[in-house]
Design a protein around this ligand. Structure first.
Ligand code: GLA
Length: 436
């Protein structure tokens, strides 16, 4: 497993930039959400089966400990006192009892709500009833809220824009926590990236969706990665770009049914983990394949996602097929790197529909020290595969990925005298150029 060099860890800790620090959501959330696999068609039996499968396959132990009941868990109308009512046909023993049942497995239930009059599927929205609904969710053992953006009040009602409308619940969460003397709800915004939440989200929440609903096709995955190539800077401790619920496992199933290949699914999970997105499972685990469990349970990638000392996302150092700094949802940036407590992280993605040879100079990455050699640990093969001196070349299948951890292995061999690996302007002390 990966070990932390203590001094390096301390240095990055001291230089990190943080978001809203109210004590919750320091690291990306990990859990399960009912929406991608089941939409509205779930109940106590099917959700419990997910929790049990998570336990059986070691996913709870791997860190997936939150279970979000997405849209459709309630009755369409509130009771006479204005409280939401859990749908008794879905939860015959009530949600407090169901909550305790999953707690025994090491999982906590989480809530879904909406900023407006109704949720996206037409269930009660929380506008004007923020504190009352927090009370209900709390009574159901929940302390995490995904908050949607359907059926919102007209401009002249709130005289607030996106930030102000989401701030209502953020304030209610703070008030509720102060009144009860307990930790605030983790607040996860879902306004689909309409109004640049990567800029303001961290002032009032711990996570913000950056895009509309994910789909289980490569075009959707590539488009989200393209978007993060311009927004990666926003994620750090206590505030994360939410790239949406995972589609891992939905090949041939889910709604709509997916068609991601094994390579595409690995690329999907690698990107979400290394870009520090919440990792939220969205497939029916009762009939998932071993490959699905292998991908969701990739300990090396989870370890980077949950790095306790380095909060930032990987960032692109070269786009590859596409010109640098130009958005292209078919060919997102291919060459990414970042720091971690365990070494320098690289994600190399082949955005092409055919096998491709990938090449990069180590010092193209800001996180690499020049003049050093690095051992190369492959986070999909889970082993050290060789040594990197100056550059790396390898081939990747269509839409395939390499997730590498480069660990400093001392000065590079002496035969590589004074030249610079990547940049020109490399000079002898007397002012003559070495390499150009
Ligand atoms: C929106 C959200 C989804 C899901 C559905 C539920 O579309 O973006 O993630 O919560 O609503 O209806």
């Amino acid at each position: 497993m990966l070990a932390i060099p203590p001094l390096a860890a301390l240095a990055v800790l001291l230089t990190s930039v943080r978001g809203l620090n109210n004590g919750v959501g320091r690291l990306p959330a990990m859990g399960y959400d009912t929406f991608n696999a089941f939409a509205c068609n779930y109940n106590a039996t099917s959700v419990l089966a997910q929790a049990e499968a998570m336990q059986r396959h070691g996913l709870i132990e791997a860190g997936y400990k939150t279970l979000i009941l997405d849209d459709c868990y309630a009755l369409r109308t509130r009771n006479a006192s204005g409280y939401m009512v859990a749908d008794p046909s879905k939860w015959p023993h009530g949600l407090p009892a169901f909550s305790k049942q999953v707690n025994k497995l090491g999982i906590k239930l989480a809530a879904y709500g909406d900023n407006g009059y109704e949720t996206c599927a037409g269930y009660p929205g929380s506008y004007g009833r923020e504190l009352q609904d927090l009370e209900t969710w709390h009574s159901w053992g929940m302390s995490y809220l995904k908050y949607d953006n359907c059926y919102i009040p007209a401009d002249n009602v709130t005289e607030e824009n996106m930030f102000g409308r989401y701030q209502r619940m953020s304030n209610a969460i703070a008030e509720f926590a102060a009144k009860r003397g307990q930790d605030p709800f983790l607040f996860s915004l879902c306004e689909w990236g309409w109004e640049q939440p990567w800029i303001w989200g961290k002032q009032i929440s711990q996570a913000w969706r950056i895009d509309g609903d994910i789909k289980p096709y490569w075009s959707a995955i590539a488009a989200i990665i393209d978007q993060v190539s311009f927004q990666y800077w926003s994620s750090d401790f206590y505030g994360h770009n939410d790239m949406d619920i995972l589609e891992v496992g939905n090949t041939g199933q889910g709604s709509p049914p997916g068609n991601l290949t094994y390579e595409e699914t690995k690329s999907h999970f690698t990107a979400w983990a290394l870009m520090k997105s919440p990792l939220i499972i969205g497939t029916d685990l009762t009939n998932a394949t071993n490959q699905t469990f292998e991908i969701l349970g990739n300990k090396d990638l989870i370890t980077i996602n949950q790095d306790p000392n380095v909060g930032h996302s990987i960032s692109p150092f070269r786009w590859g097929i596409n010109p640098d700094f130009v958005s292209n949802s078919t060919h997102p940036a291919e060459y990414w790197s970042g720091n971690s407590s365990y070494g320098v992280v690289f994600m190399i993605l082949n955005s092409q529909d055919t096998d491709a040879t990938m090449f990069f100079n180590l010092t193209e990455s800001w996180a690499i020290r020049a003049g050093r050699q690095y051992s190369v640990y492959d986070m999909w093969q889970h082993k050290t595969t060789g040594m990197a001196v100056r550059n790396l070349t390898f081939s990747l299948p269509a839409h395939g990925v390499a997730a590498l951890l480069l660990k400093d292995a001392g000065p590079e061999p002496e035969y590589l005298d004074g030249s610079c690996g990547f940049y020109y302007q490399c000079s002898w002390p007397n002012g003559t150029y070495i390499s150009n």
